[in-house]
Design a protein around this ligand. Structure first.
Ligand code: G1P
Length: 297
């Protein structure tokens, strides 16, 4: 019987140097798209997929992230007094029940695989999800939920996947495809950040995973890979060698790379336009800005 996935690991220990100086004092996961921090998008997606235990792999300087999930009695009182029911609801949606959220520290930045491995005791002998908060996915049905539904059929390991331009493949984990079944592909190998000429395909791994607990055992060996880091991609690739299936899943939705400034700005524009209360004014501003740009060309 295939088990339900109820635990998710959020590796949030990264320094976020690409967003300095902001990340000098705020964790990048607290940076907001419109008015919601990246971490809130990730949590909501996990909840929609049936996740009930949330494991954060943090590091020094990330305490603002832990505080974010606490209840705020002062804010509640003030919103109640002002009859701000919608805001009160928004606030309450950020609360996490005691005992459903856990934090472990990654003491040294040794790579994504190492970060995930730091959660091994909390994950135990169960399949688990991993969500990278940098990858924000706008979708009618949240990406991890789509994957959990696919996983209920396939078991094994599933990674989110997306076609990228060949010259971009070296920024990702890349899939070596054995069989293309449409939204699912069976994978025969995975390479982390290959050189353009070595990329086995242009199907890139995006930051959503449902993994078998044996991946944690592989990570125990702490094998160093691309960039001198312990790579999650390598541990998943070893699943294939061990005879456990690995699938790529072409999700339905639009992914924003919020780990880059350009991607973050694109997400801000899209999420801004998606908000009814902002759309009119914001759309007009964008039209005018583009018209001015075109006139100047
Ligand atoms: C990580 C993973 C990579 C994956 C990417 C998706 O890389 O190591 O396999 O393709 O996330 O965003 P990073 O972007 O942290 O360098």
């Amino acid at each position: 019987m295939k088990r339900k996935v109820t635990k998710a690991v959020f590796p949030v220990a990264g320094l976020g140097t690409r967003f300095l100086p902001a990340t000098k004092s705020i964790p990048k996961e607290i940076m907001t798209l419109v008015d919601r921090p990246l971490i809130q998008y990730a949590i909501d997606e996990a909840r929609a997929a049936g996740i009930t235990e949330f494991i954060f792999v943090t590091a020094r300087g990330k305490s603002a992230l832990e505080d974010y999930f606490d209840e705020s009695p002062e804010l509640e009182t003030s919103l109640k007094k002002g009859n701000k029911t919608a805001l009160l609801e928004t606030l309450r949606n950020t609360y996490m029940d005691s005992g459903t959220i856990a934090y472990v520290r990654q003491n040294r930045a040794l790579g994504l695989g190492h970060a995930v491995w730091c959660a091994r005791r909390l994950v135990g002998d169960e399949p688990f999800a991993v969500i990278l908060t940098d990858d924000v996915i706008a979708a009618e049905k949240p990406c991890l939920q789509q994957m959990a539904e696919a996983y209920a059929e396939t078991g094994g390991n599933i990674v989110a996947a997306m076609e990228v331009a060949p010259e971009k493949a070296s920024a990702y984990g890349v899939l070596d495809v054995a069989e293309d079944m449409g939204s699912l592909v069976r994978v025969k190998g995975m390479v982390e950040k290959p050189k353009m000429e070595d990329a086995p395909s242009n199907l890139a791994v995006i930051g959503r995973y449902i993994l078998s607990p044996s991946v944690m055992q592989t990570l125990n060996r702490a094998k160093v890979g691309a960039g001198g880091e312990i790579q999650l991609t390598d541990a998943i690739a070893e699943e294939i060698t061990a005879g456990n299936p690995v699938y790529g899943f072409r999700f339905r939705g639009h992914r924003f790379d919020c780990g880059s400034k350009a991607g973050f700005l694109q997400a801000t524009v899209s999420f801004g336009l998606a908000r009814e209360e902002l759309r009119g004014e914001f759309e007009q501003y964008l039209h005018e800005t583009i018209a001015v740009l075109k006139a100047a060309q």
